[in-house]
Design a protein around this ligand. Structure first.
Ligand SMILES: C[S@@+](CC[C@H](N)C(=O)[O-])C[C@H]1O[C@@H](n2cnc3c(N)ncnc32)[C@H](O)[C@@H]1O
Ligand SMILES: [Zn+2]
Length: 280
């Protein structure tokens, strides 16, 4: 039974079972005297080593170590564009001849039939992919989903939270860095990432972390801008790269951890994005 204060989502205690202290990897506990509430909005979390982490507006902040200057530069941009991010992405629709919200529904391909499924969206941004998942299921079956979103930009998380609350969705949000995901090993059936990896300062470490938190037999899906070979050679492709150099990126195959299984690579969205899928 959910306890909602004015429709606002707080931190729910079961989340603590899957989180870990980003400094020492130990379990986290609520350190203040509000442990009897079902949903907590403002508090602090602590591990048994005494490392303390803030929860503000229901979002635990578990960022450690400090962010590198290259990543910080990107995060500053996301903080600035958070409110207009969805409108900016919408511009891809006409330009690339796609319907991005429909394309995001591809995540359904990785969802098993009927079984409960636990998904982490790494770099959830404004929660657009989980909203597409909800749209694809027309709001049905949502009780079998256990959804989590991690992002390093508090501005993006704030927008995600507003959208989640407006739709009464149940998604746990965490402020954290992909290079030290504050979740325990083997926590998820699906780890999904879209839109950030091309600019990450350490792509190999990010993929290793995604692999660490997915369960054995689970799937990691990574999607980002990157033209297919045909598209790269075409006039349209050249124009796309001139306008936005991120589209010149190549799929991060060389950075895949050694032990991954069943690697698949597809070009999607009219050959403008790559999708790399692998299994643990
Ligand atoms: C282009 S947006 C994509 C958002 C969303 N996944 C989508 O498909 O719309 C990239 C996201 O990556 C996040 N990000 C960038 N660096 C990160 C890092 N080191 N750890 C976690 N998230 C990061 C940004 O804050 C931003 O929300
Ligand atoms: Zn600790």
């Amino acid at each position: 039974m959910l306890l909602l204060i004015g429709g606002k989502r707080g931190l729910k205690k079961p989340l603590l079972k899957v989180l870990r202290c980003p400094k020492c990897q130990r379990s986290l506990f609520i350190s203040e005297n509000n442990a009897n509430l079902n949903e907590i909005h403002e508090t602090t979390l602590a591990c048994e080593k005494g490392h303390i982490w803030k929860v503000e507006d229901g979002i635990p902040s578990l960022v450690f170590p400090s962010v590198s200057s290259k990543d910080a530069k990107w995060i500053a941009q996301y903080e600035e564009m958070a409110e207009s991010y969805d409108d900016l992405v919408k511009q891809y629709d006409d330009w690339l001849g796609i319907d991005m919200m429909k394309e995001r529904e591809r995540i359904v391909r990785f969802v098993p039939i009927e079984a409960p499924v636990k998904i982490l969206d790494v770099s959830i941004g404004t929660a657009a992919t989980f909203i597409a998942l909800y749209n694809a299921f027309q709001g049905k079956q949502m009780e079998r989903f256990n959804l989590h979103g991690l992002d390093l930009s508090l501005g993006m998380l704030k927008v995600a939270k507003q959208k989640i609350e407006k739709r009464s969705l149940d998604i746990s949000l965490v402020h954290g860095n992909v290079f030290n995901i504050p979740y325990k090993n083997n926590s998820f059936n699906i780890v999904y990432h879209s839109g950030g990896i091309n600019t990450f300062s350490d792509i190999g470490l990010a993929l290793n972390e995604m692999l660490r938190v997915v369960r054995s037999g689970g799937i990691v899906v990574v999607v980002d801008e990157g033209l297919s070979p045909d598209m790269r050679e075409s006039e349209k492709g050249k124009e796309i790269i001139r306008t936005n150099s991120l589209f010149a990126a190549r799929p991060p195959i060389a950075y895949l951890p050694e032990k991954v299984k069943d690697v698949e690579m597809n070009y999607i969205m009219n050959g403008t994005f790559y999708e790399v899928v692998f299994r643990k």
